[in-house]
Design a protein around this ligand. Structure first.
Ligand SMILES: [Zn+2]
Length: 79
């Protein structure tokens, strides 16, 4: 399960865990935040896995912070 970084090769992909029970608006808020981060070239939600796959050279800590964003309804929203 080691992550492989290939310098000069394929685009690096970072997977971010989403909070459980995120509604569609939360997902929107997360994608807005993440696409604002420098270095992001692609953005893919894996709803089944509850994860977000981000392509590009992105700071993983900044990504994780952006992945914890919830919609204005707050963390208790359920859709
Ligand atoms: Zn929400």
């Amino acid at each position: 399960m080691a992550e492989r970084n290939e310098p000069g090769g394929a685009t690096r992909v970072t997977t971010v865990r989403l909070l459980p029970g995120m509604c569609r608006r939360c997902v929107r808020a997360v994608s807005a935040r993440v696409s604002d981060l420098p270095g992001v070239v692609s953005l893919e939600f894996d709803v089944d896995a509850g994860a977000l796959r981000v392509g590009g050279a992105v700071d993983p800590a900044a990504l994780r912070r952006a992945g914890l964003v919830v919609c204005p309804d707050g963390p208790d929203c359920s859709g």
